[in-house]
Design a binder for this molecule. Structure first.
Ligand code: FAD
Ligand code: DLZ
Ligand code: SF4
Length: 509
């Protein structure tokens, strides 16, 4: 008799997940399901849906080969109930199982749905992460500020990565100072490997074309890795070809190059095809072998055992209402340019164009182009967050919400960041070659052709003066604003208003 259903979610595709380790091949049944509820709670990018469904199908095949009984529901199955809870109830009735075991999902929505299921569900700690929810809560307890840097140092101590005894390698925890180079003239890396779709992936691509053609994003060409072997190949290629320059050009952006020296492994890590520790160990080995310098390797490891773990910690610590926060009371609707409508702002146009094509943009494009613009234009953070959750192949609420609501939109009031990430066009000009091909002039502050980032930056600071002027890291900006001539300030604010009015009216701006 079947004892338990072992639910494996679309982002838990690894032999090491807790629910599989706990399960018994002889008496338990693995349940996996492609369901319309999950594919459409936001309108995910077609590449993201295809990636997950292909990776799920291939993982199910892998489990069967390893001797597991797997009940797999394809999206088109006539019996498909359309939801994960519906599928669990249906499979329980079919098999006679009386309980469910699942590795805890990365979303409050699903955690609650499983808690409410009229079947006993055990939700196990997801120990793919280095810091458990409980450990993060202990770390956070009693601290006035939850600074990533201190959490990260604890993660270094815990994992032993880049440590010499109890001291950091080369005597410094953080080499970020060396990682701010502007875009290189010549990029020596071809970007991530592109995998030819196999038969399983091809079937999924046909399904996604027929069912999700109306979602924003290009399905073709589809090149993602869809199983662990391929994801490991992608990781190895990154370590060999790109990691040595990852640090130097981490913040750079180029018209001609979508990936620069980034790893493009977020979707593999978050779906379980790669594990965070093995990725960091591969990077550390490259440092020990003399293949990659310390600024690159430390920077890369910090993103994973620092930022990634910290973001997850914040998501669970802050509770289910976190994604709904809107501390700055921003209410402007997301303009169509985020969905590919034409814009004269070249940086935004490039970031959205590559997002549409690849379901990918790197961190600085997300933070300092699309995110920065959303913040200084006063866009509603929940609409902004839904956009990020939909369009990126690596987006799941546990990591998307703290990045968008916290780091990017300051909608959590300063839990993740001590000041908002806002900048004028100057920063974008320094880190990219976008401005050279733009309709607007980055050096122009007001009047004909003024860069909208310049206008909106000051109007944002002016609007939120009461909140930010006492922040020591922002005092200098307010001093500069105060030194500006009165009529210049007035012109600037009125041009910013005009720009936003036109944008919201659907004019091409
Ligand atoms: P690399 O630059 O090569 O970095 C390596 C890895 O470090 C990434 O794969 C990722 O796992 C990790 N990492 C780096 N920065 C962060 C971070 N801030 N938070 C968590 N992990 C990080 N990352 C997601 O995984 N999912 C998201 O939904 C997501 N949404 C974001 C939204 C905004 C507004 C911003 C500013 C950042 C967001 N990030 C998100 C973080 C980061 O942009 C992506 O992890 C990164 O761009 C993925 O590309 P990569 O693999 O080439 O990363
Ligand atoms: C994102 C996603 C999509 C598009 N489809 C499925 C699915 O059909 N079945 C599934 O088990 N999971 C899917 N997911 C991931 C979930 O929506 C959810 O974000 C994660 O499981 C949370 O950990
Ligand atoms: Fe973007 Fe302004 Fe530069 Fe144009 S000039 S690319 S809008 S920062």
């Amino acid at each position: 008799m079947v004892k338990r259903l072992i639910l494996i979610l679309g982002d838990q595709l690894n032999d090491q997940v807790a629910a599989l380790r706990e399960a018994d091949k002889d008496s338990d049944v693995v349940v996996m399901a492609e369901v319309s509820d999950e594919a459409s709670y936001v309108r995910h990018h077609p590449k993201k849906i295809a990636f997950l469904f292909a990776a799920m199908r291939k993982f199910a095949t892998h489990l069967r080969t390893a001797g597991w009984t797997v009940h797999y529901t394809e999206l088109d199955d006539t019996e498909n109930s359309g939801s994960l809870t519906g599928e669990l109830l249906r499979r329980a009735e079919q098999t006679g199982a009386h309980s469910v075991v699942v590795t805890e999902p990365g979303e409050w929505r699903l955690i609650r749905a499983f808690d409410d299921l009229p079947l006993p569900v055990t939700q196990l700690t997801d120990d793919r992460f280095i810091s458990s929810r409980a450990e993060f809560a202990t770390w956070a307890d009693g601290r006035k500020q939850l600074r990533m840097e201190y959490f990260y140092r604890d993660m270094r101590r815990k994992t032993g990565l880049l440590m010499e005894g109890d001291q950091p390698e080369r005597g410094k925890w953080n080499f970020d100072h060396d990682n701010r180079k502007a875009a290189p003239d010549d990029v020596t890396h071809d970007g991530p490997p592109q995998f030819e779709p196999d038969d399983i992936t091809q079937t999924v691509l046909d399904l996604v074309t027929s069912r999700f053609d109306n979602h924003f994003g290009d399905l073709h060409p589809f090149w993602f890795a869809t199983d662990r072997d391929q994801a490991l190949q992608a990781l190895n290629q990154f370590i060999t070809d790109a990691l040595p320059l990852f640090g130097d050009y981490q913040d750079a952006m180029l018209n001609e190059n979508r990936f620069l020296y980034h790893a493009v492994i977020g979707q593999y890590l978050n779906a379980g095809l790669l594990l965070p520790l093995e990725v960091c160990q591969a990077a550390e080995d490259a440092y020990k072998d003399g293949h990659a310098p310390i600024n690159a390797v430390e920077g890369f490891i910090r993103q994973i055992i620092g930022w990634r773990e910290y973001m997850r910690g914040i998501y669970f610590l802050e509770g289910p209402d976190y994604p709904q926060r809107n501390q700055l009371d921003h209410q402007r609707a997301l303009p169509d340019l985020y969905w590919g409508a034409e814009t004269k702002m070249h940086c935004l146009s490039k970031a959205v164009e590559q997002t549409q094509a690849e379901a990918y943009a790197h961190h600085i494009q997300r933070l300092m182009v699309t995110g920065n613009f959303a913040l200084i234009a006063g866009l509603n953070p929940q609409e902004v967050a839904d956009w990020y959750l939909a369009v990126y192949a690596d987006a799941y609420e546990w990591v998307e919400a703290p990045n968008v609501i916290g780091m990017s939109q300051f909608a959590d009031g300063g839990i993740v960041g001590s000041k908002p990430y806002v900048s004028s066009g100057n920063y974008i000009d320094k880190m990219s070659n976008y401005c050279k091909s733009c309709h607007y002039k980055v050096k122009t502050k007001i009047g004909d052709g003024a860069c909208p980032f310049n206008l909106l930056y000051w109007s944002f600071l002016n609007r939120h003066r009461a909140l930010f002027e006492k922040n020591p890291r922002m005092a200098q900006m307010y001093r500069t604003w105060d030194r500006m001539a009165n009529d210049k300030r007035e012109t600037l604010l009125s041009e910013a208003d005009d720009f936003l009015t036109k944008m919201s009216a659907g004019e091409r701006v």
